[in-house]
Design a binder for this molecule. Structure first.
Ligand SMILES: Cc1cc2nc3c(=O)[nH]c(=O)nc-3n(C[C@H](O)[C@H](O)[C@H](O)COP(=O)(O)OP(=O)(O)OC[C@H]3O[C@@H](n4cnc5c(N)ncnc54)[C@H](O)[C@@H]3O)c2cc1C
Length: 347
């Protein structure tokens, strides 16, 4: 039997990388979805909005192994790093000492060392910093566009409806495959429900603002003790955010949350003395698809239909390794997994 024909719905970074991995493995992958990056200030999708922070350390061991493998691939392939707009800035992950775990090539810093070397203030007792000198950030939108140029089988008309091995495009055409993978990010739950398929995937708001720091040496960071995260964003500027609590928002660009932006200002001025609390420009407000357990992975839904989403605000750092695993799993599946009549599987 030959390799399967796989319909990949969604041309965000997840769908594009998955289609590329499938093609590299000799399968026929048809990537379906619009490929614009959005208008100024309004990202078309999570890939266009992403902050792109990339490091090996993650508190969750499964996410850590995917993030470490993705970073190793990026650092080992200079042409990939260029395609991804890679910037090495170092990454500092601040958390309670009890939750820290080792990463190859990372240093564990005490709270005082973090304060001295990076100027963070007000950290609780017992905080440690996982410092990864070789980490940084990339541009997922640029990575997506570069990888897409190498794919021959793409279809830019969006999908109107999903069926088991068939997708119907908005212009009425129908495409058939052996397997269907919905990699439509925050649009995925809606597409599955419209097809009568079960899902526990949800959408969630993510928002960040840009600020002037007056300093040029700030690395990418996550401060679990306050929730604040950030990365350099041009000379003397930093991009800053806090986790949102708005679930089930509509993509691509939910209404900005002014209360969240105010909380960012309050926390950031405590942690980063010298920060100008006035934001530079409007917030970037977007949505991502969240899964439980969190993380970008291939999940079987029913029949020939799978999802490859659930990045939960973190897929930029895991997509290289996750897409490789997903392609291997799909090619091992080869044909639709038979499901007894009338029975479906949840995510
Ligand atoms: C503001 C923000 C900041 C982030 N920062 C980071 C970070 O610093 N580090 C990190 O690791 N991760 C970060 N993430 C998470 C990461 O960027 C996302 O997990 C990742 O980009 C998701 O990519 P995706 O391809 O799964 O989804 P998306 O990028 O949302 O792509 C889904 C695609 O599906 C398409 N689609 C929708 N409906 C249809 C249809 N009917 N037919 C065909 N196509 C369809 C859409 O047009 C879209 O192009 C961030 C996310 C956001 C939103």
């Amino acid at each position: 039997m030959g390799e399967p024909r796989v319909l990949v719905v969604g041309a965000g970074v997840s769908g594009v990388l998955l289609a590329r991995r499938l093609r590299d493995a000799g399968a026929e992958a048809v990537l379906i979805g619009p490929s614009d990056s959005g208008a100024a200030g309004r990202p078309a999708d999570a890939t266009a909005a992403s902050g792109g922070l990339v490091r090996a350390f993650e508190p969750d061991p499964a996410a850590r192994s995917l993030a470490a493998a993705s970073l190793a691939e990026l650092l080992g392939d200079p042409s990939l790093a260029t395609a991804a707009g890679w910037r090495r800035t170092g990454s500092l992950y601040l958390l309670d000492a009890g939750a820290a775990a080792g990463v190859d090539g990372a240093e564990v810093l005490t709270r005082d060392e973090v304060a001295h070397r990076f100027g963070f203030a007000g950290l609780p007792d017992g905080t440690v910093g996982i410092w990864e000198r070789r980490a940084g950030y990339l541009d997922p939108d640029r990575l997506r566009r570069t990888v897409m140029r190498g794919l021959d089988r793409t279809e830019t008309t969006p999908v109107a409806r999903l069926d088991d091995r068939v997708v119907e495009l908005r212009d009425g055409r129908r495409l058939t495959g052996d397997l269907v993978v919905v990699a439509a990010g925050a649009w995925t739950p809606r597409l599955l429900r419209a097809a009568g398929l079960p899902t526990s995937l949800r959408t969630k708001h993510i928002q960040y603002t840009r600020h002037a720091t007056g300093r040029a040496d700030l690395p990418c960071f996550v401060d679990e003790t306050s929730g604040l995260y950030g990365r350099p964003a041009g000379p003397g500027r930093v991009l800053l955010g806090l986790p949102s609590d708005r679930w089930d928002v509509d993509p691509p660009a939910p209404e900005p949350d002014t209360a969240l932006a105010a909380r960012v200002r309050a926390v950031a001025t405590q942690r980063l003395p010298g920060l100008d609390p006035r934001p530079v420009g409007p917030p970037v407000s977007a949505a991502d698809c969240y899964s439980e357990p969190a993380g970008l992975a291939l999940r079987h839904v029913a029949g020939a239909v799978h999802t490859f989403t659930g990045g939960s605000g973190g897929a930029a750092k895991t997509v290289l390794a996750a897409s490789r695993l997903a392609a291997t799993a799909l090619l091992n599946t080869r044909t639709a997994i038979p499901v007894p009549h009338g029975q479906t599987e949840a995510d």
